[in-house]
Each structure stands twice: as structure tokens, then as C-alpha cells.
Ligand binder design. Structure first.
Ligand code: TYD
Length: 207
């Protein structure tokens, strides 16, 4: 049986990594076989592409190059890591996937959405997420929760206005894909959010 692909999306500081860690620990205790991976990256070659994309010195990178590099990293990561795990019937939990490209490069950068769909269609073929959990917290609220922004990588250097556009993009994706792309309220404690995520995976028969 083919495994399931569940992706996690959200703005910077939405707590995806923490939630993935908590979920993975719980699934491991229950003996549910799964992998946790991330984009951009997740495999050696894709991590090398990640370093180029996120390098804060690469300020001259054009939006088209950025979009193609995310798609290139996705193609490699999919074939090397995701597809083999799905073929073994495993559950794959991925920190960001194609919706990040739609939200960041499409809605926020303003690149043509059809171009983003096309290059990612080529990169992913029919490996679409079975379910996507969107950790729903606005960039401003996430910023305040963290007591300040990371100013590290090239994407984090973009201001609040850019990240508000990303957030609006995600809300649009949620409205267009109500069955697959689910909002998870995550303004409370990390334990409350973890329980919500677990319950959604149960009710959608992912676990
Ligand atoms: P990362 O440090 O993994 O961010 P986070 O912890 O917030 O997930 O860096 C990934 C950055 O790349 C993040 O700013 C989102 C951005 N991104 C895109 O713009 N497009 C994409 O397709 C992907 C996968 C990520």
C-alpha cells in the first residue's frame, strides 16, 4: 500500500518544527512507522540547493531563480527521500512543500501562479499531499510570541509586509482547498496545538 504524505505549512515562527518533533515522538511511542523531513532540503543535494537559496549574501537572486531552485530542491528531495518512503507504505511528514512555493513565490513575490503550478507540477508529478496542516498564526502574532524576528537567512530578512502577504496567500489556498488544506489554530500552548494536530490526523484516518 502506498504511504501517505502529510505536509505542514505556516509563516516563520508558527512552530512547525516544534509540532513535528512532538508529533514524531508520539507516533514513535505508538510504533507508527513514519519519517520527518523538510523543504527546502531533506537530502544532501537538496540541502546544498537550500544553502544557495537561503544564503543572506545572495541578495541579487531574482524571483524566477528562487522559484526554480525551490522546485529543483523539491524534485530531488521527492525522488531521493519522499517517494521511496511512500513506496514502502510509510507516513511522510514534511515541513513545507508545494504550498510554500505558492504562498511565498506566488502570492507574496507576485510571480504568476500558473508558472509556480507548472514548474512544481514538473518537479512533483502526481505526488500531491494527502493532507496539509496550516499552523494558523499571523506573522505579527508569531513575531510577538518570539519576542522579535530572526534576521538570519535571506527569506527572514524580508519585512513584515512580505510575510503578511505570505499569510494572506495561505488563507487563499485554504479557501480554495477546504478538504485538503486545514487550518490549525496555534495561538495557545504548544501542547494544545499538538493535541489538535493529533486529533486531525486521527479523524482523517492518517494514523
Ligand atoms: P526554514 O528555516 O526552513 O524556515 P521555517 O523554519 O520558517 O520553515 O527556511 C525555509 C524558508 O524558505 C522559509 O522562509 C520559507 C521559504 N520557502 C519558500 O519561499 N518557498 C518554498 O517552496 C519553500 C519550501 C520554502
Amino acid at each position: 500500500m502506498k504511504g501517505r504524505l502529510v505536509t505542514f505549512e505556516g509563516c516563520e515562527g508558527s512552530g512547525k518544527s516544534t509540532q513535528l518533533r512532538l508529533l514524531s515522538e508520539k507516533l514513535s511511542k505508538q510504533g507508527i512507522s513514519h519519517i520527518v523531513t523538510r523543504e527546502p532540503g531533506g537530502s544532501d543535494i537538496a540541502e546544498q540547493i537550500r544553502n544557495i537559496i537561503l544564503n543572506g549574501k545572495n541578495t541579487a537572486m531574482c524571483d524566477e531563480c528562487e522559484a526554480l531552485l525551490y522546485a529543483a530542491a523539491r524534485a530531488q528531495h521527492l525522488r531521493e527521500i519522499v517517494q521511496p518512503a511512500l513506496d514502502k507504505g510509510m507516513l511522510v511528514l514534511c515541513d513545507r512543500y508545494v504550498d510554500s512555493s505558492l504562498a511565498y513565490q506566488g502570492y507574496a513575490r507576485g510571480l504568476d501562479l500558473k508558472f509556480i503550478e507548472d514548474i512544481n507540477g514538473f518537479a512533483m508529478r502526481d505526488f500531491r499531499p494527502d493532507l496539509t496542516l496550516f499552523l494558523d498564526i499571523s506573522p505579527r502574532a508569531a513575531f510577538e510570541r518570539k519576542h522579535g524576528a530572526d534576521k538570519g537567512d535571506r527569506m527572514e530578512q524580508l519585512g513584515l509586509e512580505f510575510h503578511e502577504k505570505v499569510y494572506a496567500g495561505y488563507l487563499r489556498i485554504a479557501a480554495l482547498n477546504p478538504e485538503r488544506f486545514l487550518k490549525v489554530e496555534c495561538g495557545g500552548s504548544k501542547w494544545d496545538t499538538a493535541e489538535r494536530i493529533y486529533n486531525i490526523l486521527k479523524s482523517h484516518k492518517i494514523i
